[in-house]
Design a protein around this ligand. Sequence first.
Ligand code: ADP
Ligand code: MG
Length: 208
Amino acid sequence: MELSTATLLNWLRRAAALIHAQRERLTALDAAIGDADHGTNLDRGFTSLLELLPTLEQADAGEILQTSGRCLISTVGGASGPLYGTAFRRAGTALVGHYSVDAPRLLVATREFASAVAVLGKTQLGDKTMFDALLPAVDRLAANIASGVELRPALTNAAVAARIGAEATVPLVARRGRASYLGERSVGHQDPGATSAALLFQALAEVA
Ligand code: ADP
Ligand code: MG
């Protein structure tokens, strides 16, 4: 099974819908350990992205993600805008020229996505950021593909790993971003960015 560019566009539509539906939850999570804007930031960005998607009907997978990344950088704001935007652009670079994305190429693109966050955010696993959802998802996808699991169930498993990774941020002390200013007081709250990252993987699993 491969993902068509139509499926990628559906993924972005589904992601926008999930983020819109959960914007208050994302903002409430950010109210606890940040500045209460993560849901509104992402909802603003993905709403702009939705308006752009009709212009990308003929685009290859790389252009879809690179254009999306530029849109998110200019519309989301906060720390998460540049992080997600750069991640989309880096993933897009791995997909330039492709109108159909097979499992190994999707794995490369998702790896690029996660490493862009790690590099730009200077973050690693356990810092209580979006990377704590992204890395387990990509690792699960890699393990599933290596053992011959079909792409669709592999993406479902990756989405579950992302959600579990996001939930696993609750007991952690934040070491990056605004939440890190709270030190020990960040313990006991789920990271908003890890939560939105899990929604992106959930959306991908749903449309695959
Ligand atoms: P801001 O913190 O500027 O208000 P958002 O509220 O939109 O931006 O996003 C906050 C999320 O961004 C955090 O929950 C965290 O997951 C992520 N984040 C912040 N800083 C970093 C970083 N250095 N590396 C990775 N992710 C980060
Ligand atoms: Mg915030």
